[in-house]
Ligand binder design. Structure first.
Ligand code: ADP
Ligand code: MG
Length: 381
């Protein structure tokens, strides 16, 4: 059954439309967002698909094909941040809350969704869920919001309603990516540029290696790295590390007494620079040339920011040994996924080598799939 047919079976009438929003993977630029620097995500072919109908009686009904349990029914006027309104349902409910809090007259909806974005793999299944809801409500209520405004509302839903302090990269990627492109996002002013990344035309593939592990170490690490970056910016007399030019990095590092802060600053300033290098290579059509920059980025995350883990390091090493052009962990670290750039003809051999290496190390088998740079959120019917 299609998502629309499931909607009809569930609610007893046909949906007004069907929308899709993708998960994302970040090609380069890690822990740079809150330093007001640069990131470069692409949309995955995996999407959250939602069949939705508008209703104007103040009732919001939510159902997911991927979660056991009944339809969650909420009154839109009673939506409260952090109220734990039914677990997963907080994501779409938070979008309705954020739209209403911004003054948009959303009077209710029936929604049923199914998603192919793996959850908890660092691929932003949550942003896909938020953005598909925001886009559907924009169309149904003719809200005239831009993709950037939708992304910001979706982020507000996750920050304030669900209570997850994420940046806006995931929502911007899900809302604004284009096929065959990677999104260059300036996290200071949220300006975007679509950079050519047509892998198929170059005979290349980008693999995502989901390690399927999540180490608990990660829980406090994000806040600790963030505080360390802020301490570095203060010590260097800038508002954010974005303002430290790469050419002045050695001199800046000399001024930092704390080794930990020095490592974090070196990672952030050099990763911002790597984003610019990757963008310049892609603009020049040298897609293969970004491979070593990706691998260099991994070393920085492993040695300076220290957010990698044995599974991610093994994925990068094994991919490189099997002939990949470059690889790095992606996302928050301590598990989750890595990205690997390979010649199309080598994709199968590299995938096999990854499975063999994980088996030999006694790690759970990774999930390896291709990330064709895909389309951002759109209406299907
Ligand atoms: P990520 O965004 O990296 O996948 P998060 O922890 O941010 O991980 O978001 C995962 C959460 O999003 C899930 O625990 C669930 O609450 C919600 N979610 C994602 N996909 C679905 C889905 N298909 N149906 C219902 N809830 C979903
Ligand atoms: Mg998420």
């Amino acid at each position: 059954m299609s998502v629309a047919e499931e909607f009809t079976a569930l609610y007893g009438y046909e949906p007004a439309g069907v929308w899709a929003a993708p998960g994302r993977v970040n090609l380069i630029g890690e822990y740079t967002d809150f330093n007001e620097g640069f990131v470069m995500p692409l949309a995955l072919p995996h999407t959250a698909v939602a069949a939705v109908a508008r209703r104007d009686d103040g009732i919001l009904r939510l159902h997911s094909a991927d979660v056991e349990g009944p339809v969650v029914e909420l009154a839109v006027s009673a939506l409260e941040p952090l109220s734990d309104s039914g677990g997963w349902a907080a994501y779409p409910a938070g979008v309705v809350w954020a739209l209403r809090a911004a003054g948009h007259p959303v009077g209710g909806a029936d929604l049923h969704l199914a998603s192919t974005v793996p959850t908890g793999a660092g691929l932003s299944s949550s942003a896909a869920l938020e953005v598909v809801t925001a886009l559907a409500l924009r169309d149904l209520y003719q809200l005239g919001l831009s993709r950037r405004e939708l992304a910001l509302l979706a982020q507000r839903a996750e920050n304030e309603f669900v209570g997850v302090p994420c940046g806006v990269m995931d929502q911007m990627a899900s809302a604004a990516c284009e096929p065959g492109r990677v999104l260059h996002l300036d996290c200071r002013d949220l300006s975007v540029r679509q950079v050519p990344f047509d892998l198929a035309a170059h005979g290349l593939r980008l693999l995502v290696v989901d390690t399927r592990v999540k180490h608990e170490l990660g829980d406090g690490a994000y806040a600790e790295r963030r505080a360390g970056c802020e301490a570095g910016a203060r010590a260097l007399g800038v508002s954010h590390l974005r303002d430290v030019p790469h050419a002045e990095l050695p001199a800046a590092l000399d001024r930092l007494a704390d080794d930990r802060v020095r490592r974090y600053v070196r990672h952030v300033v050099s990763d911002d620079h790597r984003v610019e290098r990757v963008a310049a290579l892609l603009d020049a059509g040298d897609v293969r040339g970004i491979g070593p920059v990706l691998t260099e980025g991994h070393a920085s995350l492993r040695d300076d920011l220290r957010i990698s883990c044995p599974e991610l390091d093994l994925a990068v090493e094994a991919a490189g040994a099997a002939g990949a052009l470059g690889a790095r962990m992606t996302g928050g670290g301590f598990g989750g996924s890595a990205v690997v750039l390979v010649e199309a003809a080598e994709a199968e051999a590299v995938t096999k080598a990854l499975h063999t290496a994980f088996a030999q190390a006694g790690f759970p088998p990774p999930r390896v799939f291709e990330a064709e740079p895909s389309r951002g959120a759109h209406r299907l019917s």
